[in-house]
Design a protein around this ligand. Structure first.
Ligand code: BGC
Length: 738
């Protein structure tokens, strides 16, 4: 169903909403919320602490404040917190306006008790939900491609700052799910295909968002790896795969990112909807991972009252159809215990106290102007740092400033492709087209051709020294791409241009991987993803070498449609509503390595205008004694990186672990990486730390992570397929591992 992709698109009308999805409740909008209409927010937080309101004393520990407040709440007040105040599911339309202008999810303030309202807003690459005067950043997959933890942290800060200044106190971001299916329509919102890599990115982005004021809501928990049939699809996945591949970003978000809330997903996992799945919500999130924040449902992902409440859903979004009156009745009927209601409220209040929402007034509201010159510069920096050079035959790039250029394809001029679609969509203040960016930066003649007419495109290419073809995919939430081909005859456009000019460079403005049947006919390929508002400036900086590319693929680009881990329809989009995760642990590059399949461009790959060498690998200690699988920084890997070329540049050192065969793991897996800046000729030693989890596997019989004694390979290099340095260590343990 295309329900949400349709309603999120500002271009489409409310008429596209499927009536079947609307569970319209004639619910009363609470008076406190009505009084806050017309964009004015009156959160009555920071009331003084009194004998009647001791929880307002901010010197007390958050947990103590929660318990004091809980005791003072009536059942109605508790229930108010457990659902959104949208009058019905169609909150994106005029039909069901939200009490406060803007925010796609809201919970009203309870003024009597000083509980502030919750204002929830989308946007993975900037504030979404049609907010204006905000910065459009590149897609998260671009930021992740920098392999730069500091940059991703800043990404969280910039996004979080604009959200907070817009009056948002719950930021519906980041999307941390592992990309399993390359056609997944939300690939651009995510970080890529590796659980460890996604964990690192998730932690710093969450920290960045929360440091600016709002609570981050990491999503979508769990097994949300496809958009096809997403309201009903059932992900059939074994426990070990769940634990080793899909859970790590969530586990890290809790343990290291201290995330306040998660969004449970639309799909089912092993037959049970995510938002009423006791195994996911209770066994794993609460008992195993010790999560003490709250779980909100994705918009329309709640399917029941009693099962959801009893199995671990804390809050229904965006309306009250299950968690409003029906929940109150279930309590009255004894079907949901008061203790369960208290637990849900506790889970919501705790992050609110921790994050200071009771103690601070927010500066702005939905109409605040929040973009700044610094954020504009940052948007450009992310696009530059996230753009990957995949092919550069005969060092055609960087271009001479005076070369004549033909900019071909509508993404190059008339329709730049700056962002993906769906709930993450941002109203861009402007987008610099590649044609404008190149025209501004270059000194030679710059022409353009839309590409609709292949003959005209070829003629433009022939008349210039270099042809740069910009191609695009239309990725959006609500839909998977039908296949990995470039849509709209763009392969033919590239072939026609390449036949007319041997100096043809293809720039991919795509949200995920595409097939490149023309790869041998073109001189250069650049993956620029969805680059945000500074599109043209950033690509010009890369093309002319003002910025030396240093980004790396966070996912594999396949050679053919069938040479992917999920090529069988039983796997994706599924048969009879079930998607079988039969590739198990072999997700992304793991599958290519396990099956000996050649990717077109491997995970971790990306070129530079200079060259690097890695040497002198040392792993210490050679014998590792592990006490538990969650120990930090146990093994130190040191390696020298040398810039062997003539330009300053940055390289990403990557460390992969190969388990002993009897552990039954994929051939090798990323466990550490670091980005190093180097002047020409310079050598720097780099030290990377590997935690004990690097040597662990999930034991489904014991239901815990275990470390088995044995010999582990340490492989180091600059992509998953370029690992020239090897050594081995032996690991053993002295006690129980968990
Ligand atoms: C998306 C969520 C989003 C929500 C609110 C849903 O369709 O899956 O990611 O936060 O809408 O817009």
């Amino acid at each position: 169903m295309k329900f949400l992709s349709a309603v999120h698109s500002s271009a489409q009308s409310a008429a596209l909403i499927l009536g079947a999805m609307c569970i319209c409740l004639s619910m009363q909008i609470p008076a406190s919320a009505q009084s806050s209409q017309a964009g004015e927010q009156k959160a009555k937080s920071s009331l003084p602490a009194t004998a009647q309101r001791p929880w307002m004393n901010k010197t007390l520990p958050a947990k103590q404040r929660v318990e004091m407040l809980l005791k003072a709440m009536t059942l109605d007040e508790k229930i108010t917190m457990l659902h959104g105040s949208g009058p019905c599911l169609e909150v994106w339309t005029d039909k069901c306006p939200m009490p406060i202008k803007g925010y796609v999810g809201q919970v009203p303030a309870i003024e009597r008790l000083g509980i502030p309202h919750l204002t929830l807003a989308d946007g993975r690459a900037g504030v979404g939900n049609k907010a204006t005067d905000v910065t459009l950043l590149p897609a998260p997959i671009a930021a992740a491609s920098s392999w730069d933890i500091e940059l991703m942290s800043q990404f969280g800060h910039v996004l979080g700052k604009e959200q907070w200044d817009k009056g948002t106190n719950v930021t519906l971001s980041p999307t941390i799910d592992v990309v399993r299916v390359p056609e997944w329509g939300r690939t651009f919102e995510s970080y890529g295909e590796d659980p460890y890599f996604n964990s690192r990115m998730a932690v710093v982005e969450i920290e960045g968002i929360q440091a600016e004021g709002s609570i981050a809501d990491a999503n979508m928990y769990l097994t949300m790896q496809q958009e096809s049939d997403r309201f009903h699809a059932d992900s059939v996945v074994d426990e070990r795969t769940l634990q080793e591949i899909y859970l790590p970003p969530y586990a890290a978000s809790i343990a290291e990112g201290h995330v306040g809330t998660f969004m449970c997903a639309y799909v089912k996992t092993n037959g049970v909807y995510s938002c009423e799945n006791a195994h996911l919500l209770q066994d794993i999130l609460r008992k195993q991972l010790k999560f003490d924040g709250w779980v909100m449902s994705d918009w329309g992902a709640t399917h029941s009252t009693i099962d959801s409440a009893n199995n671990g859903l804390d809050q229904q979004m965006p309306d009250a159809s299950f968690f409003g009156e029906p929940l109150k009745k279930a309590v009255g009927d004894g079907k949901v215990a008061m203790a369960t209601i208290d637990e849900h409220v506790r889970n919501i209040l705790l992050p609110m106290f921790r994050q200071g929402l009771f103690d601070r007034q927010q500066p702005g509201n939905w109409d605040s102007k929040v973009r700044t010159a610094e954020h504009t510069a940052f948007s450009r920096k992310v696009a530059e740092q996230g753009t990957i050079l995949l092919k550069n035959q005969d060092s055609l790039l960087p271009l001479r400033a005076d070369a004549s250029i033909a900019v071909i394809g509508e993404a190059g001029s008339t329709k730049p492709k700056a962002e993906g679609g769906g709930s993450s969509e941002v109203v861009a203040p402007y987008v610099i087209s590649p044609f404008d960016g190149i025209g501004k930066r270059g000194k030679g003649k710059v022409t353009s051709a839309d590409g609709d007419d292949l003959d005209k495109a070829a003629a433009a290419a022939r008349a210039a020294e270099v042809a740069v073809v910009f191609v695009r995919t239309e990725e959006t939430e609500g839909d998977d791409r039908p296949d990995l081909k470039l849509p709209n005859n763009q392969d033919a456009l590239i072939a026609a241009v390449a036949a007319a000019n041997k100096n043809t460079i293809v720039v991919l403005d795509t949200g995920g991987p595409v097939l490149m049947p023309w790869i041998d006919q073109v001189a250069g390929v650049i993956e620029a993803w969805y680059p945000g508002q500074e599109d043209g400036n950033a690509i010009a900086a890369i093309l002319y070498g003002d910025v030396n590319p240093s980004a790396k693929l966070p996912l594999t680009i396949p050679r053919t449609a069938m040479a992917i881990p999920t090529s069988q329809k039983e796997q994706w989009p599924g048969v009879d509503g079930h998607s079988l995760y039969s590739e198990k642990l072999n997700v992304g590059y793991r599958w290519y390595d396990a099956t000996g399949t050649d990717p077109l461009f491997p995970f971790g790959f990306g070129l530079s205008y200079t060259t690097f060498r890695v040497s002198h690998l040392v792993a210490e200690p050679a014998k590792l004694v592990l006490h538990s699988s969650t120990e930090p920084a146990k093994l130190k890997v040191t390696v020298d990186v040398t810039n062997t070329g003539k330009r300053a540049g940055a390289e990403v050192v990557q460390v992969y672990i190969g388990h002993p065969a009897e552990n039954g793991e994929p051939p090798h897996q990323l466990r550490a990486f670091a980005k190093v800046q180097l002047q020409p000729g310079e050598t720097k030693p780099v030290t990377l730390s590997l935690d004990a989890r690097s040597f662990s596997t999930f034991d489904t019989a014991k239901h815990e992570w275990v470390t088995r004694a044995g010999t582990y390979q340490i492989l180091v290099g600059t992509s998953s397929r370029d690992l020239p340095l090897h050594t081995a260590i032996t690991a053993g343990h002295t006690g129980p591992t968990r």
